[in-house]
Each structure stands twice: as structure tokens, then as C-alpha cells.
Design a protein. Structure first.
Lengths: 358, 288, 360
């Protein structure tokens, strides 16, 4: 397994990039420690696949160097980099059995038959396909095929990193659960470095130790799932992560209070005011409490999703969503309060550090 | 799938049905008619029943022509299919080379068949043909008019030149439909060029290859124009295929009865072959 | 109103749709929920008239339309792969059904603009579909479907190829668009969450059969059988087979679960108990529930909640709790099952209901 160093990497698909807008991937300078499970999260076109292709060797970056454990691999081909990749749709060798599919990468490298057998059996056990070893790979279900794809990476002990390109796209929601938790368990057990590209925030947050949120070619925030959830450093991160996303309200800051159209919200610490900047308050629906006290709230819609209810409405003309528990009652005159732990203040969409956050 | 019936569409098919009736169905019935009768000329016919069929099935002439057909089909399949695959594998899949290669490959298929025959007939002549003259000047004793072996070689090379492109285009279509991810995965797995061919390209081309084999087999089994123009069936009867023999019998010797019987047997064999291939193909499909 | 009466579809030796009977009212949103290959697309094709059922009848507004070709029925369909005419502009795409129906030019203009407004496509009317993003292409396909003013609109997993956030956005807008036209909407999806968010009525499908049909929340809270309960749960339903003795389900090792009071009269024996992941927690919710010891397999954190995968006596369970929890694998924890929301099924998989209470 390897530590992956992205040293001032930038990429443009056009030969003579002039301005920042010509770059599909804006500057990335970060190191992922050995054994990290890292997710690249963002909407379509944000550059996450470009970054993955640079790590896998499919693309050579226009600028910057890529290192695995201090070895510069920028110029090396995919084979030479010793990585494994799982694609969006299962890529397996139809004509071979499950066993032969897993043995293929080892046999190509001239590993002895005894060793091949040992590693393949070990991997079959890890991906829970031991009973299917002698079946033709073609007849299996989509999630089993994806596991075979994954197995071909796990079977090589010298692999530097395993890359995933939206691997759960063709899997049914039920199997997604199984596969995700199995991936996580595998990661705990084997400790390989994994880079996982997805546009689904649940996948990213449940799976990764570190999540890289990307938008329009640039990295917006890198952090643990908790950090991204509680302290998103950009309103985009707040919006993109969480279902529903963070509520963003324009406010006027006055020392320790934020004013939204006649309402005063107390902040836990004074916020230095910035002249000319657009000030906003971000609060996640999970931190908006609906009850009998607080600011008057007009409900427009209640969505009952079984385990909780999403209450959508307006506060002084601004749309807000709140989450209430399954069996709770909605009062006739609803009012909302903001939990101070969940309040973040943004100037021009970037978060302001107040130093007093938990 | 059970589709709802659209009756109006059937009226549009009627002209085609009429055409097929006159160009195929009625002549076929005429042939059947001739095959069970005997004539001494002057339009007087006697019922012969299955006599002609029996005679045909024991005649040396029929079986040696059949043998020549089968040998011919086997040889050209053995050459054209692998050659077609190799060429298709080496054709570019992206860029300006693609339309250039596609046009080059299509050219031989666009030439009328008797023109193909004429081209090779002239090409192979030792006095004015480029190939014939070159081989002669190199000291090789090549004469497709006199030597049966040379005649065979000429006919085979001509067919390969004419029809390999079809196999190429079909295989190319199959290859192009393979997603890039498969090649990437093979690279990551460290697969050799041969392994990529064997485990990714060939399995994906299976269906297309089946079509190619069927088409080439049927066409080669029915071959008439090209060898006829080049060798006329000669020297002797070394390149007399079933179709050429048939025409000789019917038009040359005016033996309508035997000719009709032979052509029906010929027709039934091809029908059988097509049915076999069709069953194999649809079974293959439903297996997937 | 669309009625399917004992409709079956057999292709070769396989039964793709097995004896389905449904009644869909005008102006309703109906969801077909089930895994891939459960028959959703086949059923929609039958409703549209693209395929003819092997047996059974299809009636629309009191008339038998079973043999009627799709061109004669007033149907619109939206697919997963954003299907638009690539060579036409967005305006022309949306206008195409009206042009085929030879509507007057003035009407075409008003209808197209109205549909574009509804789907937020007005700035893109002059562009071709391929130059737009995935979400906008799908909106174009949707606009084309609603401008037809069809009485039946079929949507086959229309949001499946879109980004997660885009899906959320469009999903919020869909109910508004649906209510504007008053047609019968049929929407196929594999995600239970989507069914719950869109509300309306849901039909759960499994292997070509409709296992239950009713108001969405009703099917979710009161499934008629285990198959429906499983189809309609995401994360997967937690289940365990327990013997009932008197007023308790025995969990082994002295622990037990109280039987819901209205089911006290059912016979003793083995039953399958099911409960949703959010009805499992780390603190006692109802008085009198004893803690159960289970082994943690892995924990997944999603923002403010955690999914804890547990093993209890061989059964694999998922617990959804608030807050961020991190447990070590193989750690043992005390968990509590919320007995107010237990689902009880007999050994044939049928829901056990008290004789008096009727499902709403």
C-alpha cells in the first residue's frame, strides 16, 4: 500500500491553457496517507474523474508530479504503477470461471501455481464468493461481478492503491447496502489505500476516512465526514452534503447576533463583520428544532419519509427545511429555533472561523 | 414480444409479395415440375417421379462437384476468417484513419462480381496479366488455364481478395463496441496482447463472427460468377463447382430433368445449412 | 381510470408479469417499486400498449383497450436515458407531439412556453439537447411528455441517471408538475426513499407480481407480507424468527420481547419479527424493554447519523442512530428494540393482523 502525494497537480485538456477557466482540474496539493480510504465527491463535471484518471495513469497531468511513497510515478504507465481499478459497470472476463478471473492478474505476473491458489482462496473468502469459485463468471449478478472486479485488485499483495469509479452505479439499493458495508469491513481488515469517486454523498460519507469535495475543477474542502457535516467551509459543501442540504439564509451581522428580516439569532461567539461581503447563516435541518417556542414559521409542505418527517416552510420569506422525528406532532402554530451548535456563518460563501465553535 | 397488429402495414407488403412470387416462387415451382418429369423434346413430358433424384445422388459427377464445393468453402473460411480478424484488430478505432480504412475495405465489395472475375482472369494471364507475367519472369511455372492446382489457387486468392473485407467490417463493428474500460482493466491486470485478444476481444466478437461465418459459407457454397469468368470450370472439370455443373447440364446439354433435380438438392442443402446456423445463433442468444 | 384485470405476460417459457390486477385513478401519482427485473418496465409497456398481454384485459375509462396500438392511446413515456430528438432544438423537441397532432401554431406556442416555464427550460429553448447537462435533457423529455396532455404518463426510473443532488431537486419539483396536468402518473423506481418522498400510491413488485398496492405510507407502515416489507425498506429490514410463548417472543438467553397487545390472541408458535433500522437504538425508548447484547460488525457514519451493522445470534441487523458513534469491530453493545413498531409475520410470510383492526 502506498502514500499518495499530489504535488501541485493541474490539468487542462487544451494544449495551451491561458486562464484558470481552461483547466479541468485546478491546483491540487495534498497527500493521502498510506491506508486511507478517501472519497472524491462532487457533481458531474467537477473534475473528480479527471483526478482519478491522473492517479490511475490514464491521464498525464499538464503540471505537477504524482508520487507513490516518494517514488515519482508521473511518467509511468498504468501497469507500472501497480494499481487496481473497479469501474462503473462490472468488467470481468466472461469466458473464465470466478477462480480464473481472480487468478488472472497473478498468472500474468508469473506467480507460482501454489501461491496463486493460496491468494485466490484467501480473496474468495474475503469477498464471500468461495461457493462460486468454479462458476462461469458470466452468469453472476451485478453485485457479484463487481466483487470479482474488486477481488482482482485485492488478490495482488503489492498493489499501491485501489481506485473505484462510481462502482455502485448499476447495483440495486438493497445490494448497495451489503456491498458498502462489506467494502468498509474489508478496508478495516486489509488496510489498503482506496480512492473512491462518487456523486452520492451517502456513499462518500459512510465509506471514507477523508472526503474531498470538488466543484467545477477545484477542491472545496477536504475533511472527515463529521467535519464536512458540522463545519462545511463553503456553502456548496453545506448544500451538497446532507439530504436535505444545509439551509442558507442571508443575514445581517451585528456583534453576537444575526438578523434575518426582523428576527434575531444569537451566535455563540462574536463574528468580525466584513464590509461589502454577503453574509449568510448556514444551519442544517437536523439542527432546526420545531416546536412552540421561537420564530414564527409558515409550513408549506410536510414530507413523511417513514423514519422522520421533513418539514419545509418559510421564515420571514426565506425557505427553510427542518427535520422532526417519526412520531412527533406538528403544533398548530409552529415555531422554530436554531441549535447554536449547528450555526455556521459565511461571508461570500466561505465560512468564517469564530474560534468558539465546539 | 406480442405486438399489437397493425393491419394497414400488410398492404404495403403486397407489391413485394407479388414480385417475390414472380421472381422466385413461380420459377421454383417450375423447377420442381421439371425435376419429376422427363422429356425427349418437342414439349412432350413423361412422369419420371424420383428417378432423376436417385440418379443424381449416385452419380460421380454430382459428388465430385459437391466435394469441390465443400473443399473450396473450407479453404476460404480457413483463410478469410483469421485474416479478417487480424486486419480488423489492426485497424484504427479513432481519428482520421478510421474513414480511410473503412473506405479501403469497402472497395472490393462494391465491384460487380463478373468484373471481379474479369479482373483476375486478365491479371493472371501469363502474356498480358501483371501477376502472370511477373511470376513467369521469376521462373515460376504458373498457368491457370492448364494447371488444375494453379486454377484453384487463382480462384481462392480471388475470393479472398474479394470477400475478406466483409469479415473485416463485421469484426471491426464488433470490436468497436467494446468499452474502453475492458482494455484498461486488462492493462491493470498485466495481460499480454494475446490474453487481451483471447479473453476480451474474441468473446465479444463471437456473435459477429458467427454471422460472418454463415454469410461466407453460404456465399461460397453458391459461388458461380467469379470462377466461371476466370476458368469456365476448367482445366477439365477441376474447378467445376455445383453451380457451374448445373448450368452446363441445363443449358449446355439441355438435360432439364437432372439439372432440375440437382438444383433442388442444392437448394435443400443450403436451406439445411442456414437452418442449422440460425438455430445455433438463436440458442446462443437466449443463453446470454 | 386505468384498470388492469388479471394481466399476465409470458415470453417463451418465462412469466414476466404474473396475474396483476390494479386500478389507477385519474389525477394520482402511482409508484411501481421493486428491484431490477421485478417487472416494472414490462408492466409499464403493457399499460402503454407497446406490448400485448398474454392473458387478461386492460380497460381505460370504461373501454377495453387491450388490443389497441400505442399510437391510438393517449400515452406519454419518459425513459431513464434522456431520450430527445438530437437534431432539433429544445423548443422543437417539446413541440413535436403537438406538431404530430397538427395543433394550430398559436396553441403550440402557448403550450410549449408553458411547459418550458414549468420545467425551468425557458433560457434553453434555442439549444440542442446534447449541448445541455443531463438534468436539463431529462427536463426536456419531461416537458415533451406533459405538453402532450396525455391521460396516462409513464416514467421509467427517469432520475436514475442523474447525480444525487440533481435527483433531489427534480424530485421536489415533480409533484407540482404532476398536479398541474391531472393525468394518471405511473413512476417506476428501485429506491424506497424515492417512493416515500413522492408519496401518492405505491405498488410493490416482486418477480412479476404486485405484492401490495395502496397509499405509500400505508404500504410502508402496514405491509401485507414479508416480501413487501423487504421490498419497501432501505436500509434493509431487520428480521429474526422467534417462538411465541404466551405474551412474549423469546429471544433466547432469558431475554424476550413483549407481544403487541392487539396480537396477544394469536396462536403460539414460530413467527418472523421485522423492524426498521431506526426502531433499534442504544437507549431504552419504551419502558420495560430489556437490553439485548449484539456484536458490532462495522459502523458507517453519514453526517449526523450512524449506521451500526450488528450480528445478533447469526442474524445481521442494521441500527440507525443519531449522532456519531464509533465502535470497534467485534465490540458488544446493548441495544433496544422499539416494540411499538414491530411487524409480525407468520411462517408463510403473511402479516399477522388482529381480527378487529383493519388496515387503513
Amino acid at each position: 500500500m502506498a502514500r499518495i502525494e499530489l504535488d501541485h497537480i493541474r490539468h487542462s485538456y487544451s494544449p495551451n491553457p491561458r486562464s484558470d477557466a481552461d483547466y479541468a482540474l485546478k491546483e491540487v496539493d495534498h497527500t493521502f496517507d498510506d491506508g486511507t480510504a478517501c472519497a472524491l465527491l462532487g457533481p458531474s463535471g467537477c473534475g473528480k474523474t479527471t483526478l482519478l484518471n491522473i492517479i490511475s495513469g490514464l491521464l498525464t497531468p499538464s503540471e505537477g508530479r504524482l508520487r507513490f511513497n516518494a517514488d515519482d510515478v508521473t511518467g509511468l504507465s498504468t501497469q507500472e504503477r501497480n494499481i487496481a481499478q473497479v469501474f462503473q459497470f462490472p468488467v470481468i472476463y466472461d469466458t473464465m470461471t470466478v477462480y480464473d478471473n481472480l487468478a488472472f492478474p497473478l498468472r500474468n505476473r508469473g506467480v507460482s501455481p501454489g501461491e496463486v491458489d493460496r491468494k485466490v482462496r484467501e480473496t474468495l473468502d474475503m469477498i464471500d464468493l468461495s461457493d462460486w469459485a468454479n462458476r462461469r463468471a458470466r452468469g453472476l449478478t451485478a453485485d457479484q461481478k463487481q466483487k470479482i472486479s474488486l477481488g482482482r485488485g485485492l488478490v495482488r499483495s503489492d498493489v499501491n492503491a485501489i481506485l473505484f469509479d462510481e462502482p455502485l452505479t448499476v447495483i440495486d439499493p438493497h445490494m448497495k447496502w451489503m456491498l458498502r458495508s462489506q467494502l468498509k469491513q474489508l478496508h478495516r481488515r486489509v488496510g489498503f489505500t482506496m480512492v473512491y469517486v462518487t456523486h452520492d454523498q451517502t456513499e462518500a460519507l459512510t465509506f471514507a476516512d477523508k472526503v474531498v469535495v470538488m466543484f467545477e475543477g477545484g477542491i472545496v474542502q477536504i475533511g472527515t465526514p463529521t467535519e464536512l457535516f458540522e463545519r462545511p467551509s463553503h456553502t456548496f459543501v453545506g448544500y451538497f452534503i446532507g439530504s436535505p442540504g444545509m439551509n442558507v439564509l442571508p443575514v445581517e451581522i451585528d456583534g453576537t447576533s444575526a438578523r434575518i428580516g426582523g428576527l434575531d439569532v444569537r451566535l455563540s461567539a462574536p463574528v468580525p463583520s466584513r464590509s461589502g461581503a454577503r453574509m449568510e447563516l448556514g444551519i442544517r435541518p437536523e439542527f432546526v428544532t420545531l416546536g412552540r417556542t421561537g420564530a414564527p414559521f409558515e409550513i408549506t409542505k410536510i414530507e413523511d419519509v417513514g423514519r422522520q418527517k421533513i418539514v419545509r416552510g418559510t421564515l420571514a420569506g426565506h425557505r427553510i427545511a427542518a427535520i422532526v422525528a417519526e412520531d412527533s406532532e406538528i403544533p398548530a402554530e409552529p415555531r422554530i429555533e436554531f441549535d447554536p451548535r449547528g450555526i455556521n456563518v459565511y461571508a461570500d460563501s466561505w465560512r468564517i472561523e469564530t474560534g468558539a465553535q465546539r | 414480444m406480442n405486438k399489437s397488429w397493425n393491419n394497414r402495414a400488410w398492404f404495403m407488403v403486397v407489391p413485394v409479395l407479388v414480385l417475390v412470387l414472380f421472381s422466385a416462387a413461380i420459377p421454383l415451382m417450375t423447377v420442381v415440375n421439371y425435376s419429376v418429369q422427363d422429356t425427349f423434346g418437342q414439349n412432350v413430358f413423361f412422369w419420371a417421379g424420383t428417378d432423376w433424384f436417385r440418379d443424381m445422388l449416385v452419380s460421380d459427377r454430382f459428388w465430385s462437384a459437391m466435394g469441390r464445393n465443400l473443399a473450396f468453402s473450407a479453404i476460404i473460411l480457413a483463410i478469410e476468417i483469421p485474416l479478417g480478424i487480424i486486419i480488423a484488430l489492426n485497424m484504427p478505432r479513432r481519428g482520421w484513419g478510421v474513414p480511410v480504412c473503412l473506405v479501403l475495405m469497402s472497395l472490393p465489395l462494391l465491384i460487380p462480381w463478373n468484373v471481379v472475375g474479369t479482373i483476375w482472369q486478365v491479371f493472371g494471364r501469363i502474356d498480358i496479366g501483371l501477376l502472370g507475367r511477373t511470376l513467369y519472369s521469376l521462373g515460376i511455372d504458373y498457368n491457370y488455364v492448364n494447371d488444375p492446382f494453379d486454377a484453384w489457387v487463382t480462384v481462392i486468392v480471388m475470393d479472398v481478395w474479394h470477400w475478406t473485407s466483409l469479415v473485416v467490417l463485421l469484426c471491426y463493428a464488433g470490436l468497436v463496441s467494446i468499452p474502453d474500460a475492458y482494455y484498461q482493466a486488462a492493462k491493470i491486470d498485466g495481460a499480454s496482447r494475446w490474453a487481451v485478444f483471447r479473453y476480451i476481444q474474441l468473446p465479444k466478437m463471437n456473435r459477429v463472427l458467427l454471422i460472418a461465418v454463415l454469410l461466407r459459407f453460404m456465399d461460397s457454397f453458391m459461388i458461380y460468377t467469379e470462377p466461371f469468368v476466370v476458368t469456365g470450370g476448367g482445366p477439365g472439370n477441376s474447378t467445376t463447382f455445383l453451380s457451374i455443373d448445373l448450368v452446363k447440364m441445363a443449358i449446355g446439354q439441355f438435360d432439364l430433368g437432372p439439372a432440375a433435380a440437382m438444383s433442388l438438392i442444392y437448394f435443400l442443402i443450403i436451406l439445411l445449412m442456414s437452418w442449422v446456423f440460425y438455430t445455433v445463433m438463436t440458442n446462443y442468444d437466449s443463453e446470454r | 381510470m386505468l384498470e388492469l384485470k388479471n394481466v399476465s405476460l409470458e415470453v417463451g417459457a418465462d412469466t414476466w408479469i404474473d396475474d396483476v390486477s390494479l386500478s389507477l385513478e385519474k389525477g394520482t401519482l402511482n409508484l411501481l417499486l421493486g428491484p431490477t427485473l421485478s417487472g416494472k418496465t414490462s408492466l409499464m409497456r403493457l399499460m402503454a400498449g407497446l406490448d400485448r398481454p398474454t392473458s387478461g384485459e386492460i380497460w381505460f375509462d370504461g373501454k377495453d383497450v387491450t388490443g389497441v396500438a400505442v399510437q391510438k392511446r393517449n400515452v406519454a413515456m419518459v425513459y431513464q436515458q434522456f431520450i430527445n430528438y438530437p437534431a432539433m432544438t429544445v423548443y422543437e423537441n417539446i413541440a413535436s407531439p403537438l406538431r404530430v397532432a397538427r395543433a394550430p401554431a398559436q396553441q403550440i406556442e402557448t403550450e410549449v412556453r408553458r411547459a418550458a416555464e414549468l420545467l425551468k427550460l425557458t433560457p434553453y429553448l434555442d439549444r440542442t439537447p446534447l449541448s445541455l447537462s443531463g438534468g436539463q435533457q431529462q427536463r426536456t423529455a419531461l416537458a415533451r411528455a406533459i405538453v402532450k396532455n396525455a391521460s396516462l404518463v409513464l416514467l421509467d426510473e427517469p432520475l436514475a441517471n442523474l447525480d444525487y443532488k440533481l435527483r433531489e431537486e427534480l424530485r421536489e419539483e415533480l409533484p407540482k408538475i404532476f398536479s398541474e396536468t391531472g393525468a394518471i402518473f405511473v413512476y417506476a423506481t428501485t429506491e424506497p426513499q424515492e417512493a416515500l418522498l413522492l408519496s401518492g400510491h405505491t405498488a410493490t413488485l416482486s418477480e412479476g407480481r404486485v405484492t401490495q398496492f395502496g397509499p405509500t405510507l400505508d404500504v410502508f407502515r402496514n405491509p401485507d407480507d414479508l416480501l413487501t416489507a423487504r421490498t419497501f425498506s432501505d436500509p434493509p429490514l431487520n428480521t429474526i424468527t422467534l417462538p411465541k410463548q404466551g405474551a412474549k417472543f423469546s429471544l433466547g438467553g432469558g431475554a424476550d420481547l413483549p407481544v403487541p397487545s392487539d396480537l396477544a390472541g394469536i396462536a403460539d408458535g414460530e413467527y418472523t419479527i421485522g423492524f426498521q433500522p431506526h426502531h433499534l437504538s442504544l437507549d431504552a425508548q419504551t419502558a420495560g424493554t430489556q437490553p439485548i447484547r449484539a456484536r458490532v460488525l462495522v459502523t458507517e457514519i453519514t453526517g449526523s447519523e450512524s449506521f451500526v451493522h450488528l450480528d445478533f445470534a447469526g442474524s445481521r441487523w442494521v441500527m440507525l442512530t443519531h449522532g456519531i458513534k464509533s465502535f470497534e469491530p467485534d465490540e458488544t453493545v446493548n441495544i433496544h428494540i422499539d416494540t411499538r413498531h414491530l411487524l409480525v409475520f407468520d411462517m408463510q410470510g403473511q402479516a399477522v393482523r388482529p381480527p378487529v383492526r383493519r388496515a387503513a
